[in-house]
Design a protein. Sequence first.
Length: 399
Amino acid sequence: MSAPAFFEAPARAEAAEAVADAYRDAFGETPEGVWSAPGRVNLIGEHVDYTGGLCLPLALPHRTFVALSPRHDDVVRVRSAQEAGADWEGSLAEVGAGSPEGWAAYVAGVPWAMGHEHGFDAVVDGHVPLGSGLSSSAALECAVAIALADLAGLPTDDAGRAELAGACVQAENVVAGANTGGMDQAASLRCREGGAILLDTRDDSVTHLPLDLAGAGLALLVVDTRAAHSHSGGEYGARRADVERAARALGVPDLRAVDPADLDEALARLAGQPGAEVLTRRVRHAVTEIDRVARTAQLLRAGRVREVGALMDASHESLRHDYEVSARELDLVVDTARAAGALGARMTGGGFGGSAIALVERDATGEVAAAVRDAFARERLRAPQFLAALPSRGAGRDA
């Protein structure tokens, strides 16, 4: 059987020119510029960004491109280079909670959240797999945000990017109606090439950490299970409500405040609460996951990337059993990759479908991918898609 095919990111210059051409076809003129923002993969730190936790994402080479020109009125016109007829046109006055619906919410919601009074014309071309759990929505938001900030002369240093990330989160929470945290937008805007970021979600501060996979002879294999995945579903919101209710029951501002050494005591205090069994599992995941992120950061600082695998394994087991956000396809990837020699594997992203990652020997990447592909075929599941996670830089102007 042939080697598994990998979903490759296009060359940025070629992708930028392609979306500029699409803009010319749509609007009959050359765009003011082209900007792009990456998808992200989270090395570790899942479902803790909304409870004061730590996350460790990196930006992917796969990006969403936006060709854009400002307007002098409040009209926004958006076209998709990939899907004919998926257009939206409206005024900023129409944008608000739940409006517009669909993918246009992730575009029109950004100027609304940034407080812009003038609209724009834009064509979008995405190269982050949709529904993969690799944050195609944040890539879209952040590409629009960096374009508007650039054109308006707003700061695009790290502090400025932190503000833009906040606006993108507001757009996603309010306009798109997806009650997510801020990890995705922080990664898409603030990551640097060759590293990951340690994001402290309490204050949105970022510490840049090295992630020299090639130097360690390793690769980070991303497997898009192609199983349905959506942040706007009720299960994601239910998990967030669980941890917020648990924090109130424990009398703490967030679950980051629970020291891992005091976890057993905290869990005992939940006894007698309505739904105590569920809350116990949710709290155990959050507290141990935040601790795993801190330990992973220490390993990266020390250049001990290989030792991260065991923490990835533990993270997945916690997400599978305590947080209950995995899926059949995700578990199959993780179990198969481990059996094929991966140093560690885990689901990544919101779960309920989407993607998983495996830390593998670089020379064995194809072998592990083939094992996963064959396992999916045996289970008669839709063939997965493979990507290589090369730590890349955040959003910026391309042309």
